[in-house]
Each structure stands twice: as C-alpha cells, then as structure tokens.
Design a binder for this molecule. Sequence first.
Ligand SMILES: C[S@@+](CC[C@H](N)C(=O)[O-])C[C@H]1O[C@@H](n2cnc3c(N)ncnc32)[C@H](O)[C@@H]1O
Ligand SMILES: Nc1nc2[nH]cc(C(=O)O)c2c(=O)[nH]1
Ligand code: SF4
Ligand SMILES: [Mg+2]
Length: 220
Amino acid sequence: MLVMTTGAVMKVCEIFASIQGESTYAGLPCVFVRMTGCNLRCVYCDTTYAYEEGMEMSENEIIERVKSYGIKLVEITGGEPLLQREVLLLMRKLLDNGFTVLLETNGSESIKDVDKRVTVIMDIKTPRSGMFEKMDLMNLKYIKSDDEIKFVVMDREDYEWVKSFIKDYSLLNKCRILMSPAYGALLPYDLSKWIVEDRLPVRLNLQLHKYIYGADERGV
Ligand SMILES: C[S@@+](CC[C@H](N)C(=O)[O-])C[C@H]1O[C@@H](n2cnc3c(N)ncnc32)[C@H](O)[C@@H]1O
Ligand SMILES: Nc1nc2[nH]cc(C(=O)O)c2c(=O)[nH]1
Ligand code: SF4
Ligand SMILES: [Mg+2]
C-alpha cells in the first residue's frame, strides 16, 4: 500500500494573497497563512474571527496552496501562530522551498526555536492593549538585527510608555522598530507628529491594506 507523507496537521483560518500592509515589507505582494487560535485578547484586535474559525490542513496542503500563488514572500500570522508548534517545521520547509518567510507573533510565545532564516516581526504589547503582563521579555535575547519589533499605540500615555521601553531595553541598537497607531483609536496624524517632534528614529507603520480595501474586509 502506498502511504503518502503529508506532514503534521494544523488549524488554519485563511490563506490569501494580498499587498503586505505592515512591517518594512509593506507594499510587496505576499501570501498570508493565518493560523487559528490566540492566547491574548488585545483590546484593539482586528482579527477576532481567527480565535476560533478555521479548518485542519496538513503541512503539505499548506505548502502546495502557498506555492499555487506564485509569490515568493509568505507571512505566517494569526491568531498567534506559535501556539501550534508544528508551525516551526512548516516555516523551515517553506524556507527550504525558496520562500522568504515572515513570522508575525504577539511576543508572548518563545521565538527561541524559530529558524534563524525567518524574519520575525514581534509585537510588544503596551499597557493599554491590556496584554503587557503576558509578554515573554526573554524574547529580546533572541531577536536578530534584521528582525522587527512592533508597538501598537493606543494613546499618548502608551506612546510615552513605548519611548521609555525602547530606551530601557536599548532597542534602537537591536533591530528595526515599528510603531503603529491602533486603528480606530489613534490617528496616524497624531502619532506621526509625536515621532517627528521627538526625533524618534522609529518607523511609522500604517496598515496599508485598510486604506486600500477597507478596515472590515477579511482575507486582504
Ligand atoms: C492580528 S495580529 C496576528 C499576529 C499576532 N497575534 C500579533 O498580535 O502580533 C497582526 C498584527 O495586527 C496588529 N493589529 C491588530 N489589531 C490592530 C488594530 N486595530 N490597529 C493596528 N494594528 C492592529 C497586531 O498588533 C499585530 O501586529
Ligand atoms: N494585507 C495585509 N497585510 C498584513 N500584514 C500583517 C497582517 C496580519 O494580520 O498579521 C496583514 C493582513 O491581515 N493583511
Ligand atoms: S495577539 Fe494578535 S491576534 Fe491575538 S488578540 Fe492580540 S492582536 Fe489579536
Ligand atoms: Mg491583519
């Protein structure tokens, strides 16, 4: 009997191709693999449907689907992708197949075992997100210089907190730093003004896809 090796099974919410809306890769065509499930509940979360919705897919099915788009840039996101540890091997296989792999992770799960060829885009949740206590700050030890640390800012108080955090942990020497306004809570105008006033060398990160496709659209 012929037995097909299809690899581990994971719960996937959606797979789609779109313009990368975030990070320093913003603007490039990208395939997104959104994993189901999240251990956090950020007050601003725009992807609550990924907490539960999804279907089981084998590693091979995911890879074949990603290949079918003919785009070499792929981002693994969620939900929180690192809750399903099978994702570690999935990313390795995608890299071995010639893909550039981005991982969007919430900062609460260890990135220690993530393949070093992956570009990690790691949130550090602020106090106003409600989730700062869940952060695994040991992750700062594993961040590489070409990774990205991202703060989603809700208001001025959050912004001041982020400034102190960046200084206290010398983050500007560590990797690229992104700062995003929480969509619907803080205007890009205000955050950009504060950054320029303070001459803070961080990158303003707007969610491009929301300006292109609308804020409530799924799978874009
Ligand atoms: C949906 S999350 C999935 C990955 C992971 N759970 C995380 O939080 O990093 C993807 C990114 O969207 C950001 N995000 C979610 N809701 C947002 C909002 N309303 N405004 C700005 N960014 C938001 C998150 O902070 C995160 O950087
Ligand atoms: N176009 C687009 N770009 C994105 N970059 C990060 C996203 C995410 O939800 O993690 C995302 C997303 O949902 N859509
Ligand atoms: S960690 Fe990410 S997916 Fe989870 S609640 Fe926060 S923003 Fe949403
Ligand atoms: Mg999103």
